[in-house]
Design a binder for this molecule. Structure first.
Ligand code: MN
Length: 319
């Protein structure tokens, strides 16, 4: 790319100290990462400039407001979103925001989504895995989907910690040596892919046909498995469902933390360049490798422009 393409990254995290004090102790991170997450000014902008990232759409890091109980969730989420709006206002040409929603109180969450989009200019919301160990497709959460569809903003399904029983049965014996197995290496992926599959099975996408869902990490493995899931769900005994079509019509994927040529090629073949958006997953993943990878790809410049900024501009109504 000789002339620099605009770069918008849409799964870029921060920490709000007034929200993170509600996280359980087990969620603490290395000090350097903590510093990067808490910086919403000079350090962050410098790292963006060094890599050529023009805009970060900011979202709180997991578990965000999904760790809160019904009594406090609505107030804490509102204050967190108000502070995020302040951060965006300090650099409106460099930052945009995804809302943190008080999912423990679904009606309040729907209202908060509407407030943050209409009053604060947010671009959608990010949900981090389970709320009180319940998957997001549960009917109690449908008011949130109804509001997202009517506001025409996407919901970003981001990983959160797996269910405690799953941790015990599937991962616990390896976690002393490989704590990453629980999160980005595998646990997060399985959890979020399952959330995506369940959303399609739930019927919520038929009920709200305008609903748009974003998955990070090049689709959490689902593009690679679409054909097989679709074929297996069409065998006798299953209710009729066009799984592959539903995924391709409602889901978008981002490149966050998965700068893999073969994985991207699979996404291009399954859902096409119009549904792939650039992301880094900063600061869990550094900016430079993501930008360098995009530059090295054997893609037409038109497709690169779509992935780097065009699709985000359209989907999130930026600029
Ligand atoms: Mn992330």
């Amino acid at each position: 790319m000789n002339k620099k393409n605009k770069i918008i990254a849409i799964e870029e995290h921060y920490f709000d100290p007034d929200l993170t004090k509600h996280f359980s102790k087990g969620d603490s991170l290395p000090i350097e990462l903590q510093k990067q997450l808490e910086d919403v000014d000079e350090l962050r902008l410098k790292e963006m400039d060094d890599a050529g990232v023009d805009v970060q759409v900011l979202s709180h890091a997991p578990p965000a407001t999904q760790c809160l109980g019904v009594d406090s969730a609505a107030t804490i989420a509102k204050n967190t979103n108000d502070r995020l709006a302040e951060i965006v206002r300090t650099h409106p040409d460099r930052f945009a925001g995804f809302a943190a929603l008080p999912t423990a109180d679904p009606k309040a969450a729907a209202k908060e989504l509407e407030r943050t989009v209409n009053d604060l200019g947010f671009k959608g919301a990010m949900i981090h895995g389970l709320t009180n160990n319940v998957f997001f497709d549960d009917k109690r959460f449908w008011p949130i989907f109804e509001r997202a569809a009517s506001l025409d903003v996407p919901i970003y399904l981001h990983p959160g910690p797996p269910h405690p029983e799953v941790v015990k049965a599937y991962y616990q014996d390896y976690l002393d040596d490989y704590p990453g197995l629980l999160t980005a290496a595998w646990g997060y992926t399985v959890e979020t892919a399952t959330a995506g599959i369940r959303l399609i099975l739930s019927g919520v996408l038929e009920k709200y046909p305008e609903l748009k869902i974003i998955l990070g990490h090049l689709g959490e493995g689902l593009p690679f498995l679409l054909w097989r899931i679709d074929q297996a769900l069409s065998r006798p005994g299953n209710k009729p469902l066009s799984f592959r079509d539903m995924f391709s019509e409602h889901f978008f994927v981002t490149t966050s933390g998965n700068f893999s040529d073969p994985a991207l090629l699979c996404c291009l073949q399954e859902i096409g360049a119009d549904r792939i958006l650039f992301s880094v997953d900063w600061p869990f993943v550094p900016n430079n490798p993501g930008v360098d990878w995009m530059e090295s790809l054997q893609l037409s410049n038109d497709d690169k422009i779509k992935i780097l900024s065009g699709n985000a501009t359209k989907l999130l109504k930026l600029g």
